[in-house]
Design a protein around this ligand. Structure first.
Ligand code: NAD
Ligand code: LMR
Length: 342
């Protein structure tokens, strides 16, 4: 996997030049929820991409200052700010990739599903605007509970008659980033080399790292598999507890979301070797949505990769069966919410 958000040995001194490369293509990216804990560092990372010509920052408040601040960085992307619902449509015009981190984060003791009542409405409203103003854009959904907000987004797009299953992604990149980090630490591997596919969904036991598919090939004891799997599944909660009421993962999430944006931009730019894990419409299991590796091209998802699910270990098979009822319920909750809206 090639990705500029993975460290490359010996290339660190080129990073600065990379940000300033004039070669730039002309992709426009919008962040909805851009003044938030994820939105701000994500905007900074996207501003550093030579593949971006314009960065549209939308939020219900506080976005003007973020945009003024960011616009002084001497990188090519032009930064524009949009505040409040009256400016939402304009923030989306001509955009190629829309990233949605708008919504409330967890506090200690909460599940992601506890955010449903507030975030479901936010995602619905924002995706309606996407459908009306940039229906061909790639849509990256970060707002939790991702297991339900993606089905909500899909229903909204369907009802608007503009749903393209190749272009709607639930962002699960942070699960992969965490799995790669924890496995590299545990097995003393070079971070650059490690890639662990993470499948299922994005909450608790629905997050299933396929450790048997780790690259490079590495063996784990049963205890290591259990310990790593549980840590990856609870990593979000680890951050929520450490922040003690001040929110959930923002910096690592911005890093992960920027990696996913960069991958999408490379695909849009014609790179034919782009693979990422994401929560998408899927036929890999009996569930209508499932996270797995996907191949991304100019027109969105070109293939949902099934090979990772073949020949699973007994532990992974059991975990896969165990996650299905919870994921199914979260999907149905999202669909039911969207269908009962007028
Ligand atoms: P935050 O509260 O710091 O920021 C959220 C931002 O959304 C705020 O700036 C707020 O003004 C804005 N917002 C609220 N309603 C809006 C609306 N209707 N339109 C536009 N913007 C609106 O929260 P955060 O830490 O940035 O987290 C945002 C979301 O991302 C949460 O739901 C969190 O659970 C989720 N999250 C997902 C992942 C993942 O892996 N997918 C990881 C971390 C966090
Ligand atoms: C995460 O995995 O960090 C996010 O989904 C935020 C959370 O609530 O844990």
């Amino acid at each position: 996997l090639r990705n500029s958000f993975a460290p490359k040995a010996g290339k660190q001194n080129l990073r600065h030049q990379y940000y300033l490369q004039p070669q730039a293509s002309s992709s426009k990216v919008a962040i909805l929820g851009a003044a938030g804990g994820i939105g701000q560092p994500l905007a900074l990372l996207i501003k550093m991409s030579p593949l971006v010509s314009a960065l549209h920052l939308y939020d219900i408040a506080n976005v003007k200052g973020v945009a003024a601040d960011l616009s002084h960085c001497n990188t090519p992307a032009q930064v524009l700010d949009f505040t409040g619902t009256s400016e939402l449509a304009n923030s989306l015009k001509g955009v190629d990739v829309v990233v949605i981190p708008a919504g409330v984060p967890r506090k200690p003791g909460m599940t992601r599903d506890d955010l449903f009542n507030i975030n479901a409405n936010i995602v619905k409203t924002l995706v309606e605007a996407v459908a009306d103003n940039c229906p061909d854009a790639f849509i990256h959904i970060i707002s939790n509970p991702v297991n339900s907000t993606v089905p909500i987004a899909v229903e909204v797009l369907r009802r608007k008659g503009v749903y393209d299953p190749k272009k709607v992604f639930g962002v699960t990149t942070l699960d992969v980033v965490r799995a790669n980090t924890f496995v590299a630490q545990k097995k003393n591997l070079r971070l650059i080399d490690v890639d662990v596919p993470v499948v299922g969904g994005h909450a608790g036991i629905t997050i299933l790292p396929l450790l048997s598919r780790t690259k490079p090939s590495v063996s784990f004891t049963d205890e290591e598999v259990e310990e790593l799997t549980v840590r990856i599944q609870n990593a979000g909660t680890e951050v929520v507890e450490a922040k003690a009421g001040a929110g959930s993962a923002t910096l690592s999430m911005a890093y992960a979301a920027a990696r996913f944006v960069e991958s999408s931009l490379r695909a849009l730019d014609g790179d034919t070797d782009v693979y990422e894990c994401a929560y998408v419409q899927s036929e890999l299991t009996e569930l209508p949505f499932f996270a797995s590796r996907v191949k991304i091209g100019k027109k969105g998802i070109e293939a949902v990769i099934s090979s990772d699910l073949q020949g699973l270990t007994e532990y992974e098979e059991k975990a896969l069966e165990a996650l299905k009822p919870e994921l199914k319920a979260s999907i149905e909750k999202g669909v039911a919410f969207a269908q009962k809206q007028t």
